[in-house]
Write a protein that binds this ligand. Sequence first.
Ligand code: ADP
Ligand code: MG
Length: 239
Amino acid sequence: RASVKKITTSSQALDGLLGGGIETRTMTELFGEFGSGKTQICHQISVNVQLPPEKGGLAGKALYIDTEGTFRTERIRAMASALGLDPKEALSNIMSIRAINTDHQIAIVEELQDLIAKDDRIKLVVVDSVTSHFRAEYSGRENLAARQQKLNRHLHQLVRLAEIYDLAVVVTNQVMARPDMFYGDPTVAVGGHTLYHVPGIRVQIKKSRGNRRIARMVDAPHLPEGEVVFSITNVGIRD
Ligand code: ADP
Ligand code: MG
């Protein structure tokens, strides 16, 4: 694990929970209800991966697979400016790709291999959200097995990318707010599950008061379980 690198989230608390930041060679799942801040974190790390190592980045680029149409260039510009990066340049270092359905999403990831092999500055791949098209296309109990199988293959492909190319993969997974989820078993998510069967780091994001959010480490292989508080501000993720 010595060669694992970290990308700062711009929150010391959240970085602490993650053992220093979002790790390369691993898939990190951010799960939580609508509005919990998953997309905001994805935007922030797409900017932060570009920072020099002494500022918590990897002097790298990001690939952002957007399945819900929630990628916002204005948000990237604002986050970049706040960190002293040139907003235009920061945007040009993020390749955003809109995936319209599961087959398209899978095809994009299959083609990423070539892109990444040719450009060793790509250090982060985001899939926001990794589950939405799967849930929409394979709704109903009778389709659950087929969905899980197809999703699993897709997730393992992402994990492989992370391992082979020493990059961070971050996926989001929207789950429903239910009392039994927040204070009970976090794996009881909509459609049945978080992405439990896939190796990686799982972080639950929960709404708290105002712009405060709670991040909880769930079932991490090498990190202690725990909870921290961070904020979503107009300049991005902060303590
Ligand atoms: P999720 O992806 O988990 O559904 P988001 O990442 O889209 O949630 O988070 C949405 C929340 O982020 C909003 O409810 C708001 O609180 C906060 N947010 C979004 N944009 C800004 C902004 N420009 N300034 C401050 N807070 C913002
Ligand atoms: Mg979102």
